[in-house]
Design a protein around this ligand. Structure first.
Ligand SMILES: Cc1cc2nc3c(=O)[nH]c(=O)nc-3n(C[C@H](O)[C@H](O)[C@H](O)COP(=O)(O)OP(=O)(O)OC[C@H]3O[C@@H](n4cnc5c(N)ncnc54)[C@H](O)[C@@H]3O)c2cc1C
Ligand code: SF4
Length: 483
């Protein structure tokens, strides 16, 4: 059927997951198969809105109603072409995007929104299983060259676009493998690394060169890159983590989240011993969730999660109307696993100090309850609410504040914003001619889909600058959606 009335007949449905207790025994993905018939049913729930708020809410402007329509008609190849026209890497977003599009789906006004993210995943899966995805090697080269520093989603999207425009693109990555947070941050059970490797192989076949284990500022200077290439793009992420400067912070056993998570993907690097330990994860966002799920899989005895903010409401509040991003209570897969294992999330909780033993090892946390003001901007501690929580390990998952430029650009005169992010003009060029910035290092800690948008847009701007004429590469607005 394609009369746009499927939403009256079918409920929203997603692939069922393995049970939380089963999942924590391995790092395999959660989902069981879904099947083509159910996928088509879900595509049939799309109303084909004339004004697709979903597409406006998607940072790369994916043509959602159009590809849903093609899925309904089982025109998978056409759906794939349409999806790839706006999204370089649907296999990443189809798995781990928080799907702001679904918050803005018009059906969400009266019912559960369309399963847009899952349909995106099914389209790209079909593309790979049917062998429809091939390297796109440019027919002509321009003779211009671009160095990209950083191989996260922003650097990779920028590289792919610029290579397709015919420029010679070389990516410099300090880690031994490419992918940025796609590889070293997001756990295997959420984004299997064969998926990252598969895309990297395609990029190499398209003609992009990767220099791995090459830290700019250490193994090669920034000035050398400026001399050797016509343009340089900084896509170095936002790696400086937010700290928690309270008493006992320097105790043994208190780690930043990425010190824990990245080790899972660093062959030869010693893992943190989590087995049978009581773990506290401070921070209730995505990174905190990833620490919970990883700690459980590595055999943690218990995991307690602290979150400073209140528990979000079950339904949209008046201050958060449709089509804004839905700020309601969501149980991530890792939270679900933690609850099944007897763990908890404590909201309105602030950490006052880390309690250390005589060997300087953290053995507990002193915390207090807080109360938020009615505008949710300030909080105050509740007198007498001090509590002690015993633990063996603590992971700080409090977000990331700015790019790590120690060594990279020292003395090169690059200008920064007050918050430490790279400063660019509307063409995404920094104050240094021919040096551009893209992704989390420019916009601050964000999402994969925003990094792809940044990479695409930066590529168009670099191409315009290199060729001194308007680029044929599509621009991509990287302003936050206004609603
Ligand atoms: C634990 C965690 C989980 C996340 N989960 C999700 C999720 O589920 N969904 C989602 O949408 N987003 C998620 N995010 C956010 C998302 O991963 C980032 O917004 C995105 O990866 C940013 O892309 P980027 O290319 O700007 O930077 P990054 O991915 O950080 O890549 C930057 C790259 O630059 C390299 N680099 C830095 N300095 C140098 C140098 N001097 N020389 C050479 N190379 C250098 C780094 O090694 C790195 O590979 C998560 C983030 C974290 C930390
Ligand atoms: S990339 Fe994210 S926001 Fe865009 S359509 Fe896919 S799931 Fe939705």
């Amino acid at each position: 059927m394609d009369n746009h009335k499927g939403f009256m007949l079918y409920n929203r449905e997603l692939p069922s997951l393995r049970s939380p207790r089963e999942r924590i025994n391995d790092f395999n993905t959660h989902e069981k198969g879904f099947g083509i018939a159910r996928t088509l049913t879900q595509a049939n729930r799309c109303m084909g809105c004339g004004i697709p708020f979903c597409s406006s809410a998607c940072p790369i402007g994916n043509p959602i109603p159009q590809f849903n329509y093609l899925v309904k008609k089982e025109q998978w190849l056409e759906a794939l072409k349409l999806l790839h026209a706006t999204n370089n890497f649907p296999e990443f977003t189809g798995l781990v995007c928080p799907a702001p599009c679904e918050s803005s789906c018009v059906l969400g006004l009266i019912d559960d929104s369309v399963t847009i993210k899952h349909l995106e995943w099914e389209i790209i899966q079909k593309g790979f299983t049917n062998g429809w995805i091939h390297p796109q090697v440019p027919e002509q080269r321009t003779g211009k060259s671009v160095a990209i520093i950083g191989s996260g989603p922003a650097g990779l999207a920028c590289a792919q676009q610029l290579n397709r425009a015919g420029h010679k693109v070389e990516v410099f990555e300090k880690s031994v493998q490419a992918g940025g947070l796609l590889r070293y941050g997001i756990p295997e059970y959420k984004l299997p690394k064969y998926i990252v490797d598969r895309r990297l192989s395609l990029l190499e076949e398209e003609g992009i060169s990767f220099h791995l284990g090459c830290e700019i500022g250490k193994d090669k200077t920034f000035t050398q890159l400026q001399e050797e290439f016509n343009a340089v793009v900084l896509a170095i992420g936002s790696e400086v983590p937010r700290d928690l400067k309270v008493e006992g912070r320097n105790g043994l056993g208190v780690y930043y989240a990425m010190d824990f998570l990245s080790r899972q993907h660093l062959p030869g690097k010693a893992q943190l011993d989590v087995k049978n330990k009581n773990v506290v994860v401070i921070g209730g966002g995505d990174t905190g969730s990833d620490c919970i799920g990883t700690a459980l899989r590595l055999g943690a005895k218990s995991v307690l999660n602290f979150e400073l903010r209140p528990k979000p409401p079950e339904e949209r509040s008046e201050e958060n109307p449709w089509p804004q991003y839905k700020q309601t209570y969501k149980v991530s897969s890792s939270m679900e696993e933690n609850f099944a294992n007897g763990g908890k999330t404590l909201y309105n909780t602030t950490t006052k100090s880390f309690i250390l033993d005589k060997n300087n090892h953290c053995i507990g946390i002193e915390a207090m309850d807080v109360e938020w003001s009615s505008n949710s901007r300030e909080f105050k501690e509740i007198d007498g609410s001090q509590k002690r929580y015993d633990c063996d390990l603590v992971f700080l998952a409090l977000g990331y504040i700015k790019p790590d430029l120690s060594g990279l650009l020292a003395g090169n005169g690059l200008a920064f914003e007050a918050n430490g992010q790279c400063k660019t003009d509307e063409s995404k060029m920094t104050n240094l001619p021919g040096v551009f910035a893209s992704g989390d290092c420019r916009r601050g800690q964000s999402l994969i889909v925003w990094a792809i948008a940044e990479g695409r847009d930066t590529a168009a701007k670099v191409d315009t600058w290199l060729m001194n004429q308007p680029s044929l590469l599509p621009e991509c607005s990287t302003e936050q959606v206004a609603f």
